[in-house]
Design a protein around this ligand. Structure first.
Ligand code: ACM
Length: 683
């Protein structure tokens, strides 16, 4: 039986403590950043120094993809160490600091189920990475980069024995390029980030009510009329597929139908279920335009389209969407109703299944396997169809029980702005799964979903990263890797490493703040933005109605989930109020509250003179009140005196007001200030 990495760790700590060679603290440094946690890790005593002489050799069956990957890894290593390292790879295995041995190259275009396993043995003399395939070696190289550590004696890789493989074969990120078009460099840097955390599927959402983003040479009016000129040419699509393949990532396209189809019918109103004309949709939401499943013209067009797309996209899977079809146009169309009657089709769901069955013929003819959101599920569909569950985990289990493979996205909706911890605890196969062993095999994995109603190329990275790394770990690592605090500790490190790949999730926040205040000091805004988060779920639109044409450059766009000041303040309050602690330390809380007051006071004049921040003025006032309430509470706690009658009630009432969102932002520290008020006592 294999031991969990944590057991190995405790074992090594004990050994090291006994030998005195390496301290536990050194060990902590060495294991600092592994994310996702490998299947098996055994820390050893020793270290492999990394200096300017660091070299890599390849042996076994190797290919251009691996040589290029190694080249990029070396450049990242240079960036971190500020050491100029060699270019190219050595052929003398014995002399290399890192020897990579691959038994085969594997598929040049990745396929579901490819062998991604690797072994990594690091000793004082050499690091040896062994894999069956090029992609396995890529996964191992990312682990090598995460192992890099430094101390007084320089950079090094800790001695370790790692045996790693993914828990699930399908580990994806969906990017919606339709609501907001995302240029090529956004896709490329996100593919780099995906590879860094061992994700292996880019699910590319390409058609929607708000845009038709893929060039069709056979039916060019689709992208010409459906995209405002923002679409990917077929050359660009091939470039993305090649870029992804070079990182061991599959690219699966999604063409959403029969609903979410406005952009299709802008150029082809004749295949809609109600007469046109149609215009590209600019609002977020669910809309009526739906393809007509009773019209042979619909199938004629789709047959041509799927044939073309099947040769453009090499992946075996093709996603047809199928979500959120409310069937309003179907209900209102007499000829569709007559068709249903004639065929004995009793519901819109059955009609959608009829449509799916027709589409399935085209996909099969082109060698593709159909995938769709859980609305397409219908036991009568052929069992090769893959169900993509977004409305709940039950759908996935239900499909698996009926013989269908499935992928989980329910719980991984990163656009909803929940903290990483909420996604991290969602397991595609929880310990109490109702599925038997055979059924469990049908659960292929999961995907984070980046719906793009409210993201621009400037902000999309900050919605995807670093939280998606926590989901990547859930999909790669064993189920028992579930320590939330440790996840956050490592997430912070991964977040910084992602920046070396050009990801903008951190740096664009200050860029947006600078733009908002046009040269004024942003330090007050930085404090504010570290304490507020965008409203969760889909409440943003209610708070602040915007369209797909609105600029996404407001304060809410600079704010992020898991705001960094929140964790720190909440922890400080927890420590301060810890009844088991002998020395209740209120100083950290007091320092933070004082910072808030200062930030609020410096912020008020800045906001008065920045029209783009008028909507958020109340937040600066609230910040000052939060600070004052916290300070008052602290002084009662410290003096062990009881607050005057009504104080507690009044402060809690103030806090209730402050907790209400403003400008689509909400303070995430109100609960902790409430705890201080409660701790002060009184009534
Ligand atoms: C979806 O979120 N409508 C799949």
């Amino acid at each position: 039986m294999r031991r969990s990495p944590y057991h190995s760790l405790f074992f090594v700590v004990a050994v090291l403590a006994a030998t005195g060679v390496v301290t536990a603290q050194d060990l902590g440094t060495a294991r600092r950043g592994l994310m996702p946690v490998p299947a098996s890790v055994e820390w050893k005593v020793g270290r492999l120094s990394i200096d300017r002489t660091f070299t890599v050799a390849l042996s076994g069956k190797t290919d251009e993809r691996l040589r290029n990957y190694v080249f990029r890894v070396m450049r990242r290593l240079e960036g971190r160490t500020v050491l100029e390292l060699s270019r190219g790879t050595l052929t003398e295995p014995a002399n290399a600091a890192l020897l990579i041995e691959t038994a085969s190259t594997g598929n040049a275009i990745p396929k579901l189920g490819d062998d991604e396993s690797y072994k990594l043995e690091i000793s004082d003399k050499q690091a040896k990475l062994t894999a069956s395939t090029t992609v396995g070696a890529m996964r191992g190289l990312e682990t090598v980069l995460q192992l890099l550590a430094g101390d007084k004696a320089g950079f090094y890789l800790p001695a370790v024995s790692i045996n790693d493989k993914p828990r699930f074969p399908w580990r994806g990120l969906m990017i919606d390029s339709a609501r907001h078009f995302q240029p090529m460099d956004v896709l490329k840097r996100n593919l780099d980030a995906m590879a860094a955390v061992k994700l292996n599927v880019l699910h590319w959402h390409l058609t929607e009510d708000q845009g038709f983003r893929v060039e069709s040479k056979k039916l060019p009016e689709l992208h010409q009329m459906g995209s405002d000129g923002n679409f990917y040419s077929q050359t660009e699509i091939r470039e993305v597929i090649g870029y992804a393949a070079d990182r061991g990532i599959r690219v699966m396209p999604e063409f959403d139908m029969p609903g979410h189809a406005t952009a299709w019918v802008v150029s082809h109103p004749e295949i809609a279920s109600a007469p046109g004309p149609y215009k590209i949709e600019r609002r977020p939401g669910i809309f009526d335009p739906t393809l007509d499943p009773t019209n042979e013209k619909t199938y004629k067009l789709l047959e041509v389209f799927f044939k073309e797309m099947s040769s453009l996209f090499p992946d075996a899977y093709m996603h047809i969407g199928g979500d959120e079809n409310e069937g309003k146009q179907w209900d209102a169309n007499a000829s569709i109703q007559a068709f249903m009657k004639q065929k004995g089709i009793k519901s819109n769901h059955e009609l959608q299944t009829y449509f799916n069955t027709r589409i399935l013929v085209f996909l099969k003819k082109n060698g593709k396997t159909m995938m769709g959101w859980d609305e397409i599920f219908q036991p009568s569909l052929p069992k090769e169809v893959v169900i993509h569950s977004w409305r709940g985990q039950k759908a996935l289990a239900e499909a698996a029980k009926q013989g269908f493979a499935g992928v989980l996205s329910s719980g991984y909706y990163i656009d909803l702005m929940f903290p990483a911890r909420e996604h991290y605890v969602v397991d595609p196969l929880p310990a109490d799964t109702p599925l038997n062993a055979e059924e469990q095999k049908r659960v292929l994995g999961g995907e984070a979903t980046m719906w793009s109603e409210w993201v621009s190329p400037d902000t999309i990275d900050s919605r995807i990263w670093p939280r998606t790394a926590a989901i990547a770990e859930r999909l790669w690592s064993e189920r028992n890797v579930n320590d939330v605090d440790d996840m956050y500790r490592r997430l912070g490190l991964v977040s910084i490493q992602l920046e070396e790949l050009g990801l903008t999730h951190r740096k664009n926040r200050t860029m947006l703040l600078r733009r908002l205040v046009q040269g004024e000091d942003i330090s007050g805004l930085q404090t504010l933005i570290s304490l507020v988060e965008p409203v969760k779920q889909y409440r943003r639109y209610q708070q602040r109605p915007q369209t797909m044409l609105s600029p996404l450059t407001g304060l809410v766009d600079a704010a992020q989930a898991d705001a960094d000041g929140v964790l720190r303040f909440n922890q400080a309050v927890k420590d301060a109020l810890d009844k088991n602690s002998s020395t209740r330390n209120l100083n950290e809380v007091r320092t933070l509250l004082a910072n808030w007051r200062e930030a609020a006071r410096s912020l008020q004049p800045v906001m008065e003179n920045s029209p783009s921040l008028f909507e958020a003025k109340q937040l600066a006032n609230d910040l000052e009140i939060l600070s004052a309430i916290g300070m008052e509470a602290l002084s009662f706690i410290e003096a062990k005196s009881v607050p005057p009658n009504g104080w507690r009630e009044e402060k809690l009432k103030n806090l209730t007001e402050i907790a209400k969102p403003k400008a689509a932002l909400e303070f995430r520290v109100v609960e902790s200030v409430e705890k201080l008020v409660e701790a002060a006592g009184g009534n």
